[in-house]
Design a protein around this ligand. Structure first.
Ligand code: PEP
Ligand code: MN
Length: 576
């Protein structure tokens, strides 16, 4: 196996390539372009090029070559290699460090040793050479004791030089990422069948708002992890850029393929450089995302079907059990309005016997002119209230883009009634790994509701709690009509736990406690109710919100124990 490398014998490229092919015969090349040419014209079976260093970033000479080398499909990328880079400064035998006036090395290596050089040789002239090992060769040939080279330790022995200092790189974690490649006919034979791939591409986008974001979203929306993004100037058109993108997965993986199709339609140009085996050791690959459900075989029995778990699924949220022996009582304001009102409500909820805190930071409002929630600030207030009271928090997420930030703070993600069939949101919420509270759409059938839950399960998250919150009927006396039939049916047909939201179902606070008790009698394993310190002044849903006294009464009717001094104790539990 002959492998073309940039640099001479003893170079880091050679050492890196040997990690993949220990018995290789190296073909040293002066320039990155020569490495590509050597593989193209058959003088080498494969090539190995440095692409990126963990300290100084991209190896621009390689980046600028990628389009020309790999854009036409005549060469295939095969592997990524991560190689630790430790530098040694070396000189002629007997030459003292204090006498060194000139240091030669590859510019990338000089860049990695800046701190050591400034400390030990502040006056030495730094001279760029074509290669690290090659600079050792020059120092040996010149026989000048005032010259030194920075290279890998073996280069000293190879050229009869002596180390003056070792491990002089600015950071001990220093490593370089290499890519290997070959001709298409040889690519399959070189691959080892690793399940983990990366794909590299170049995207050129028009100067229009959001074009780069759209490209990146094509991956994000599908759960494809972005590993690197670099931009390089587009030489023929000043002040335009080409973006180099690395993602996890192969271009043939359905999620990546879909994203590429979308980017091709949106971007001015898309060049897929290739897919190659990722280096597993020491890299930061996320767990692989399974293919989307519609690309897998349809299960004979739906994932929500009771036959899959006749005992019933128990969903855990920070030690609380939905579907366990005790009903779970979630309470809190419709919207998080301020830090004070949330803290006051959370304390009242915890003291009266509530198990979990609700509160919307992102509010779906019928009118765009109404209060839309405090956003991230609201999420922070919820997390503070959890800290103080020990109550886990559930809050609504409105769009897939906001899933990461909501999931960062919340213990459970609420998918609101209006979003029950927002399938991209369901997928993204599922991938967050957080338990999902899935409200039923006011105009959705029982079957549609279950299929929405199926989306979450099919994306890999088994922790779904259904929530009946009233449906729209011809009846106008109440906001919606609580469908308790559905609660009983959920328990017959699915294994998922179901809770009831009597607040949104009724829209009138006096109905909340009676409907709560009816829901529990029908088999609901919990309730979610709105509570506000001063309901008539609430910024949303005041008419259906309980005040603290009414909430305490509901707790009493449910047999929830008061926990007057329990707030402090629960706080300790939550911290553990
Ligand atoms: C809410 O819980 O405040 C809410 C908006 O609920 P729903 O999605 O059921 O209307
Ligand atoms: Mn509400």
């Amino acid at each position: 196996m002959r492998v073309a490398i940039q640099g001479s014998h003893g170079s880091f490229s050679e050492a890196a390539a040997r990690r993949r092919w220990p018995d290789l015969e190296a073909l040293p090349c002066r320039d990155v372009k020569d490495v590509v040419a050597a593989v193209r014209d058959g003088r080498a079976d494969a090539g190995c090029l440095p692409i990126e260093n963990s300290l100084i970033g991209s190896v621009t000479t390689t980046y600028d070559l990628l389009h020309e080398a790999f854009g036409d499909g005549r060469l295939h990328l095969t592997h990524e290699i991560l190689h630790p880079v430790h530098h040694t400064i070396m000189a002629l035998p007997g030459a003292p460090l204090s006498g060194i006036r000139r240091v030669l090395s590859h510019p990338v290596a000089l860049g990695q040793c800046r701190i050591w050089l400034a400390d030990h040789l502040p006056d030495a002239e730094l001279v760029s050479a074509w290669d690290t090992a090659g600079s050792a060769e020059i120092v040996a040939q010149e026989k000048d004791p005032t010259w030194a080279a920075i290279a890998a330790r073996p280069a000293a022995d190879a050229h009869g030089l002596v180390p003056l200092a070792e491990r002089i790189e600015d950071d001990p974690t220093n490593q370089t990422r290499f890519l290997t490649f070959t001709r298409p006919d040889a690519a399959d034979a070189l691959r080892s069948g690793s399940p983990r791939y990366k794909t590299s591409l170049i995207v050129l986008v028009d100067h229009k708002p959001g074009m780069l974001a759209l490209t990146l979203q094509a991956f994000g929306a599908r759960g494809v992890n972005l590993m690197a993004l670099q931009s390089r100037p587009e030489r023929s058109a000043p002040w335009t850029y080409r973006f180099y993108v690395d993602v996890e997965g192969s271009a043939t993986d359905p999620r990546v393929a879909e994203a590429l199709e979308e980017i091709e339609a949106l971007a001015a140009k898309l060049i897929v450089l290739g897919s190659y085996e990722a280096w597993a050791e020491g890299s930061h690959l996320a767990p692989p995302v399974p293919p989307p459900a519609h690309r897998s075989a349809k299960p004979a029995i739906p994932l929500v079907d009771r036959r899959r778990n006749p005992e019933g699924t128990v969903v855990q949220v920070r030690g609380l059990e939905f579907g366990g022996p005790e009903p779970v009582l979630i309470a809190g304001p419709c919207s998080v309005e301020s830090q004070e009102m949330l803290m006051e409500t959370a304390t009242a909820v915890a003291r009266s016997g509530g198990d979990m805190l609700r509160g919307g930071a992102y509010k779906p409002r019928t009118s765009p002119y109404d209060f839309q929630g405090l956003g991230v600030k609201g999420l922070r207030f919820l997390a503070e209230a959890r800290e103080k009271t020990g109550l886990p928090i559930v809050t609504e997420v409105l769009s897939w883009e906001e899933v990461p930030v909501v999931a960062h703070f919340a213990d459970m993600l609420q998918i609101g009634a209006r979003n029950m069939q927002n399938f991209s949101l369901l997928r993204a919420a599922s991938r967050s790994g957080k338990p999902i509270l899935l409200k039923r759409g006011p105009g959705s059938t029982f079957e549609e509701w279950l299929m929405a839950a199926e989306y979450v399960l099919a994306e890999g998250n088994p922790n779904v709690v259904l929530c009946e919150r009233g449906i729209r009927t011809f009846e106008r006396a109440t906001r919606h009509t609580l469908d308790l039939n559905a609660v009983v049916l959920v328990r017959e047909r699915t294994h998922l736990p179901v809770i009831v939201d009597p607040s949104h179902a009724a829209g009138i606070r006096s109905l909340v406690t009676p409907l709560s008790l009816a829901a529990l009698a029908a088999g609901a394993c919990g309730l979610i109710v709105e509570v506000h310190p001063d309901p008539d002044k609430a910024m949303s849903d005041g008419a259906q919100s309980l005040d603290f006294e009414m909430f305490a009464e509901l707790c009493g009717r449910m047999g929830k124990p008061e926990r007057k001094e329990a707030v402090e104790k629960r706080r300790k539990v939550a911290r553990r």
